[in-house]
Design a protein around this ligand. Structure first.
Ligand SMILES: *[C@@H]1O[C@H](CO)[C@@H](O)[C@H](O)[C@H]1NC(C)=O
Ligand SMILES: *[C@@H]1O[C@H](CO)[C@@H](O)[C@H](O)[C@H]1NC(C)=O
Length: 218
């Protein structure tokens, strides 16, 4: 009897979970962390946690749109032998700024709505981020780019926050090392063509690499 009862409860729980998955537009989760961890944004979720930003993004009152770098993007960052990148990763204050630069507070925007906003504003829409500086959304061959970085997947929702996956980590202009600024324009042009260095097993090694890089100072 007990077994039957437990199974019934599990079925009910499973049914509830299924009911939360909204239709073809995307997936729904109760929190940003849950959404990120279930959608190959494990490193982003870990970085938020390491930088004490989980509470900020998981606040159920927060309406926002987040452009979350893929696990491959964080892996590339952690693997970079660029000293400026490593210095950034090792600086907790700056990393918190970098992460907040991916959060646009105020509206829960679907991918389709983003496209409309850009189209209605002559091909470019600027959003103010939680970090304070702006990001630019544009259309490249019909796909949304953020500061020249392609959006790879859209419409995963955690609470009132809409999450879109981007192919690279965004750095606020004020934190871009001076020597790098000259390359930025060229980088934007290339970003479109750049393919993600996706490989199986990347996420697992990243889990080791990123927290080590980020936690190095604590
Ligand atoms: C959400 O908003 C309500 C109403 O303003 C407030 O009472 C509550 O404390 C807020 N919750 C969080 C987690 O900030
Ligand atoms: C966004 O666009 C504005 C206006 O063209 C430009 O001044 C600014 O540098 C751009 N920001 C980024 C992060 O590319």
């Amino acid at each position: 009897m007990r077994t039957v009862f437990v199974s019934a409860v599990l079925l009910a729980v499973a049914a509830c979970a299924a009911a939360q998955t909204v239709g073809p537009a995307g997936k729904f989760y109760p929190t940003v962390t849950a959404a990120a961890e279930d959608n190959n944004l494990v490193a982003f979720a870990a970085a938020l946690k390491d930088n004490d930003l989980s509470a900020l993004v998981n606040n159920k009152n927060l309406s926002a749109t987040i452009f979350a770098p893929s696990d491959e993007a964080f892996k590339a960052l952690a693997d970079s032998d660029d000293k400026a990148v490593q210095a950034l990763l090792a600086d907790a204050d700056k990393m918190a700024e970098v992460l907040k630069y991916h959060v646009v507070p105020g509206a829960t925007l679907t991918g389709a709505r983003l496209v409309k906003l850009i189209e209605e504003n002559k091909g470019k829409f600027s959003f103010k981020t939680s970090q304070g500086e702006k990001i630019n959304a544009t259309l490249v061959d019909g796909s949304v780019n953020i500061n020249g970085v392609p959006v790879k997947a859209v419409d995963v929702q955690g609470g009132k926050v809409m999450i879109h996956t981007i192919a690279d980590v965004l750095v606020p202009p004020s934190l871009v090392p001076k020597a790098k600024k000259a390359d930025a324009k060229e980088g934007e042009a290339k970003a479109e063509k750049k393919s993600e260095s996706g490989a199986a097993g990347v996420a697992a090694s990243l889990l080791l690499a990123l927290p080590v890089a980020v936690a190095a100072l604590f």
